[in-house]
Write a protein that binds this ligand. Structure first.
Ligand code: ATP
Ligand code: MG
Length: 361
């Protein structure tokens, strides 16, 4: 997977930018607050997913401008696609992120899932290990959305039932026919939820050996990483668990079991990495997970995803930097950082970002 060229217009602080990246390493350097992450974010949006920063669509449009456009030509092994993402504010004729593929309207940008794949590393990803289960579920869900175009709608279906069920639980004693409605919701939720859990568990089982190997390489075999998907129900199924938790759900006023309460356990030498691992060990665990995500994307699609490394090299020691860059070989990579010193040692393309203006050196 490669980007041949990309053009941005009115994207965050970037009024206009054109870039013809090289097929290997592209280095974007510049001072803080100049637009480096913005550029990587625009590249990421070509996947059809929402911003990796969790920003709202309207925040992506350059202040004072009516809309923003990202256009790119991407190359897979045997196909060439022209992707256009347009971002418009609420209330406009086509609000949010919409897409065109080789000139044909695709509707919502999420319909592009699977066309262009990318993996992003950014400093906030430390929360993948340190943070709440929600971040780990998001990691798995985001990967699944890119790999399996149907996953997003399956997931939305589950959330829709969950929202309805939670509303019912909240007003249970004031709702006529509540018990019967709850039965129906539970059945729907079990069917939709089991699919989600199954996909997620399968994903974690497939990336685990790759992440474990990477961690062993980084730590020279001194430490052992373990990954395990923690489902909220046993072989008996989710419906059984939902019935068991009914009392508790009514007491809490929301649904306490299901994929929305699950987690990925990350352990180092048998201990939970969230509480026991050092900062450096947590970083290595994140790196292992992200590299496994990229390897998995390659296995499923047969294409190397484009790698976006936002400001992560500066956090790693020399050995880990070299290891990470060595694992990027054969892929198109975009790396951002505040200084060009480490990058001058590589033979990548150097780009400077200042005040939203991108210049090739
Ligand atoms: N919608 C927008 N319109 C105009 N400017 C914006 C918009 N959104 C963000 N910005 C500006 O973009 C700049 C931040 O850009 P970005 O996050 O890409 O910086 P960076 O080069 O990655 O910096 P750092 O090295 O600190 O990570 C900020 O100055 C911010 O004000
Ligand atoms: Mg940045």
């Amino acid at each position: 997977m490669n980007i041949d060229w990309i053009e941005l217009s009115n994207f965050r602080n970037i009024e206009q930018a054109q870039l013809t990246p090289c097929q290997t390493l592209n280095v974007i350097y510049g001072k803080n607050g100049q637009g480096k992450t913005n550029l990587l974010e625009a590249i990421w949006l070509l996947t059809g997913a929402k911003s990796f920063r969790g920003s709202k669509d309207a925040e992506l449009i350059r202040r004072g401008q009516p809309f923003s456009t990202i256009r790119a030509q991407v190359q897979t092994r045997d196909l060439c696609h022209n992707i256009q993402i347009s971002i418009q504010p609420a209330g406009s004729p086509k609000p949010g992120r919409t897409a065109k593929l080789s000139g044909a309207e695709q509707g919502k940008a999420s319909n592009l899932a699977g066309i262009f794949t990318a993996v992003v590393f950014e400093p906030n990803h430390l929360s993948l290990v340190k943070g709440s289960p929600e971040g780990r579920r998001k990691f798995v869900d985001a990967a699944l959305c890119q790999l399996y175009p149907g996953y997003l709608s399956e997931y939305r279906r589950y959330l829709q039932i969950l929202t309805q069920k939670n509303a019912l639980l909240k007003h249970y004693h004031r709702t006529p026919g509540a018990a019967e409605m709850l039965e129906v919701f539970d059945e729907q939720m079990a069917a939709a939820g089991e699919k989600i859990t199954h996909r997620r568990r399968q994903y974690v089982e497939r990336i685990a050996p790759m992440a474990v190997q990477t961690y062993a390489d980084i730590s020279s075999g001194a430490e052992q990483l373990e990954l395990q998907y923690i489902a909220s129900f046993s072989e008996k199924g989710l419906l059984e668990e939902l019935k068991k938790s009914r009392k508790e759900d009514l007491r809490c006023g929301f649904c306490t079991v299901g994929p929305h309460r699950e987690d990925v356990a990350i352990r180092l030498n048998g201990q939970p990495a969230r509480t026991d691992a050092s900062q450096g060990q947590q970083r290595s665990a994140v790196l292992s997970l992200k590299l496994a995500e990229a390897a998995m994307a390659e296995q499923v699609s047969g294409e190397h995803p484009v790698m976006l490394l936002d400001d992560v090299l500066s956090e790693l020691d020399d050995g880990r930097q070299a290891y990470l860059l060595s694992r990027m070989q054969g892929r198109q990579v975009f790396v951002s950082g505040c200084d060009d010193s480490i990058f001058r040692k590589t033979d990548g393309k150097l780009l400077h970002m200042q005040g939203g203006v991108l210049t090739e050196l």
